[in-house]
Design a binder for this molecule. Structure first.
Ligand SMILES: *Cc1c(COP(=O)(O)O)cnc(C)c1O
Length: 474
């Protein structure tokens, strides 16, 4: 405990700026970052232990700011997961590049409510430049609407809101004015292996349960089945394609599927939460061939690009469709030369300038550095797959085309034991999932610090965990 917390001064400080306080936070941040690469990855405490440690009772009288920060950092530490570790492969979670962290601190410091171009032009200019760069890097149409959201879930919800209104408008129904009831039903057509948040977006938007089209063995939507599904019905339709399956990393055949969908007049949205970034690598861009023909796209900066949570990106080709759905003033046709404000492109009104760390990362890496980052992740995934695939009894289930590796042992119990052993060891974190009716251990290589050396260390850790499982030590 700090001595100062016992002093009788009035607790809350009205001093506008206390450099000592930020120094204190920075020292704790430095300690966390220095220990991060070697820190055991899983938390050591449960949520109940954390609730007790932080103290559940609201104090009658406050305590000094530095004491609050000391309490927070000391007590919370056992409950932190080392998600930024270069050997963290759980779910699909990115780390934080140093330049993005520094920019993010400044975003909080400046505290700009990022709503109107005329009011906070500094951070909005950085976001607009970042948006143009993202379009350029991904080969998407210049002039598309780019909005910064909390994640890919809200990015796809925002994009699909534009899609819903536009396909209904083409069918002669003004949903902004008339609502959905009584209008034509929008067919929401998805692949069998879409991400769970796609269904959520459909629910938020009143589209109901999606119509599911079968996928192939890598989880790619079957284009022949999509064609048949589109032909079997009529009326407004939205087709959701995927760039990057969370288990296999596979990409739908975006070019062919988009062509088929467009022949039926459907709107095509691409969920590329992590996979869209393949398009920024000359070596991997072939995975996303045809990407630019879609109508809207969603991705994350907080995954592959490794900016701090949270930052997703909603991209829509037709800026008028976005304005129709998301502008507060519902101006269907923007006057020439009028540029949409940030709040016209996303679901949020008040928000932090979360696009600024993306600007910083892109400025720092440049086009070449982004390509290197994406290729480093894909190379590390291939090394992990080759290494673990050579271990006795380990089967790599997917074609490793991008950043995802799914392995399984001879039966589900053994696979789950391996995952539990890895968790207990703490050096590598990869989560159990289910894919094609089998338990799998999934590695998502999404951290900017994961390179060939970390991949080799990962294989060695899996080897040790496997030996322990085989020896009955799980
Ligand atoms: C992570 C992910 C999402 C959801 O993104 P959030 O940033 O968590 O909202 C959607 N689709 C895919 C393919 C993902 O990997």
């Amino acid at each position: 405990m700090l001595e100062r917390s016992d002093e009788a001064e009035p607790a809350p400080s009205l001093r506008p700026h206390d450099p000592g306080l930020l120094d204190l936070a920075r020292r704790h941040a430095d300690a966390w970052l220095a220990a991060l690469p070697e820190r055991p990855i899983p938390p050591r405490a449960t949520i109940d232990e954390m609730l007790d440690a932080l103290g559940r009772d609201l104090p009658e009288r406050g305590e000094p700011a530095d004491a609050v920060i000391e309490r927070l950092t000391e007590r919370i530490e056992p409950g932190l997961m080392a998600m930024g570790s270069p050997r963290f492969y759980g779910w699909v979670i990115g780390g934080t590049q140093p330049v993005a962290l520094a920019a993010d601190w400044l975003v909080s410091t400046w505290d700009q409510n990022t709503v109107l171009r005329s009011v906070t032009p500094g951070v909005i200019a950085a976001e607009e430049i970042a948006g143009d760069w993202v379009l350029d890097l991904l080969g998407l149409p210049a002039g598309s609407s780019v909005g910064f959201t909390t994640g890919a879930t809200t990015a796809q919800t925002a994009s699909l809101a534009a899609a819903r209104e536009e396909v209904l408008r083409r069918a002669g129904w003004d949903s902004a004015r008339q609502g959905l009831a009584g209008g034509p039903r929008v067919r929401f057509i998805v692949g069998e292996e879409r991400h769970g948040t796609v269904d959520l977006a459909g629910r938020y938007l009143g589209l109901g349960e999606p119509t599911i089209v079968p996928s192939d063995d890598q989880g790619r939507i079957r284009v022949d089945a999509l064609r048949a599904e589109l032909a079997a019905g009529e009326g407004p339709a939205i087709v959701l394609l995927q760039a990057g399956n969370i288990h296999s990393g596979a990409f739908d055949d975006l070019g062919s599927a988009t062509q088929v969908a467009h022949e039926s007049g459907a709107w095509v949205h691409v969920d590329g939460a992590f996979g869209l970034w393949a398009a920024a690598s000359p070596r991997l861009r072939h995975l996303a061939t045809g990407l630019e023909q879609a109508d809207s796209w969603s991705t994350d900066a907080h995954k592959t690009l490794s900016v701090p949570y949270d930052c997703g990106i909603a991209i829509v080709r037709d800026v008028n469709a976005v304005a129709g759905a998301l502008s507060m003033h519902a101006s269907y046709l923007q006057a020439d030369g009028v540029v949409a404000d940030p709040h016209d492109k996303v679901l949020e009104l008040s928000r932090r300038a979360r696009g600024v760390p993306t600007w910083a990362v892109l400025r720092h890496l440049g086009r070449q550095g982004v390509a290197d980052l994406i290729e480093r992740l894909a190379d590390a995934a291939r090394l992990i797959a080759e290494g673990v695939g050579a271990l006795p009894g380990v089967e790599v289930l997917n074609d490793v085309v991008f950043t995802q590796v799914c392995l399984a042992l001879e039966d589900d119990a053994a696979t789950e034991a391996l995952s539990a052993r890895l968790w207990a060891d703490g050096e590598v974190l990869a989560m159990t999932s289910r894919w094609h009716d089998r338990a799998v251990v999934r590695f998502s290589v999404s951290n900017w610090g994961t390179d060939a050396a970390q991949a080799r260390r990962t294989v060695a850790a899996v080897d040790r965990a496997l030996a322990a499982v085989r020896a009955g030590g799980a």
